[in-house]
Structures are given as structure tokens and as C-alpha cells.
Design a binder for this molecule. Structure first.
Ligand code: IMP
Ligand code: MG
Length: 179
């Protein structure tokens, strides 16, 4: 894997991503106001979240940031598959306006679980922001509030997304054409 250079088809360039992040930040700022608790879901969203919070700054938002790691167990095809928190946030969400950020929405299970969990803990509002949305893959009834790009039904890498723990560092989002 690491010793041979794969062919990568670029789906979203770093310029595309930068442009879109600015638009998302404007939308989020006007919808949610300046006092936000951003919760980034690890590991996949860390690059996106790092860029987005700086665009949020330019849009006048003063976010606090926390992190959560979630794991999905069970067969992806079975809708009863459960999600568990493997690393919890430190901040309390009671009464807060929360922006939950993740990399990619597929079944919708991870985001549906996390949103409900934070609401159960007393968050005033929990909006969800996804860098990518694979609409055709949904298993549970869930729609994100803010979406970077609609994603084709391909396995994508880069900009935080990995394949076997590689490629998170790529500054663009692509698809391996010869794997
Ligand atoms: P779901 O919406 O609960 O199915 O969660 C989707 C999760 O699967 C994401 O957070 C990613 O970690 C992972 N994932 C799904 N599709 C891809 C992909 O194309 N590339 C890399 N990771 C992916
Ligand atoms: Mg993930």
C-alpha cells in the first residue's frame, strides 16, 4: 500500500474545499449565532473541522471546541448496528448550541446517535455539519443541516479520510482508481 504510488482521481480539489468551507461558515454563522460549542467527531473530521473553525472565525463566530470518538459495531448492512462512544467530550453541553462535525454521512447511524445523545444531555440545539454526504447509502432516517459536497458512491480518501490509516494528509478529496 504505502510503497507504491496509487492513481488518485481528484473529486474535490483544495480550492473547491476552501471555497465551500467559506460558504458553510457563513451559513452556520447566520443560522446558529456566535456562541457555539463545536464537537468534532474523530478521527475523520479533524482536518475539515480545523479549517472550518477558522472560516467560522472569519464569519464572526467564537466557538469552543471539543472532540468525541465514536465506533460503529456490527454489520453495516444491519440497521440494528450500535454506535458507542470511545472518547467522550470534556465540556458539558447542557443549554449549549452545539455544532457536531463529521467527515462523511453514509448510513446516518453515527450522526443520528451522536445528535440524540447530546440532546439527551440537555443541549439546547444540535446542528450537524458533514463534509460529504453519500445519499444513496442511508439506512436510518437522518438528514444533515449543513453539507459540504454530495459524494458519489465511491470509497473516498484524503482531507482527513483514510484508507487503512493512510491518506488522511492529502489536501484534496479523491478516489483510488487502481486499488
Ligand atoms: P455512517 O453514516 O454511520 O455509516 O458512518 C460513516 C463512517 O464510515 C464515516 O464517519 C467514515 O469514518 C466511514 N466512511 C464511510 N465512507 C467512507 C469513505 O468513502 N472513505 C473513508 N471512510 C468512509
Ligand atoms: Mg468517522
Amino acid at each position: 500500500m504505502a510503497d507504491k504510488k496509487p492513481n488518485i482521481e481528484v473529486l474535490f480539489s483544495s480550492a473547491d474545499i476552501e471555497r465551500r468551507n467559506k460558504e458553510l461558515a457563513e451559513q452556520i454563522a447566520s443560522d446558529m449565532g456566535e456562541d457555539l460549542l463545536v464537537i468534532a467527531v474523530l478521527k475523520g473530521s479533524f482536518v475539515f473541522a480545523a479549517d472550518l473553525i477558522r472560516e467560522l472565525h472569519h464569519a464572526g463566530v467564537r466557538p469552543q471546541i471539543d472532540f468525541m470518538a465514536l465506533s460503529s459495531y456490527g454489520d453495516k448492512q444491519i440497521s440494528s448496528g450500535t454506535v458507542v462512544i470511545t472518547r467522550d467530550i470534556v465540556d458539558t453541553v447542557k443549554g449549549r448550541r452545539v455544532l457536531l462535525i463529521d467527515d462523511i454521512l453514509e448510513s446516518g447511524r453515527t450522526m443520528a446517535f451522536a445528535q440524540q445523545e447530546l440532546l439527551d444531555r440537555g443541549a439546547e440545539m444540535v446542528r450537524t455539519c458533514l463534509m460529504l454526504d453519500k445519499k444513496g447509502k442511508r439506512i436510518v432516517d437522518f438528514e444533515a443541516d449543513f453539507v459540504g459536497f454530495d459524494c458519489p458512491d465511491k470509497f473516498v480518501i484524503g482531507y482527513g479520510l483514510d484508507y487503512a490509516h493512510y491518506y488522511r494528509e492529502l489536501p484534496y478529496i479523491g478516489h483510488i482508481t487502481d486499488a
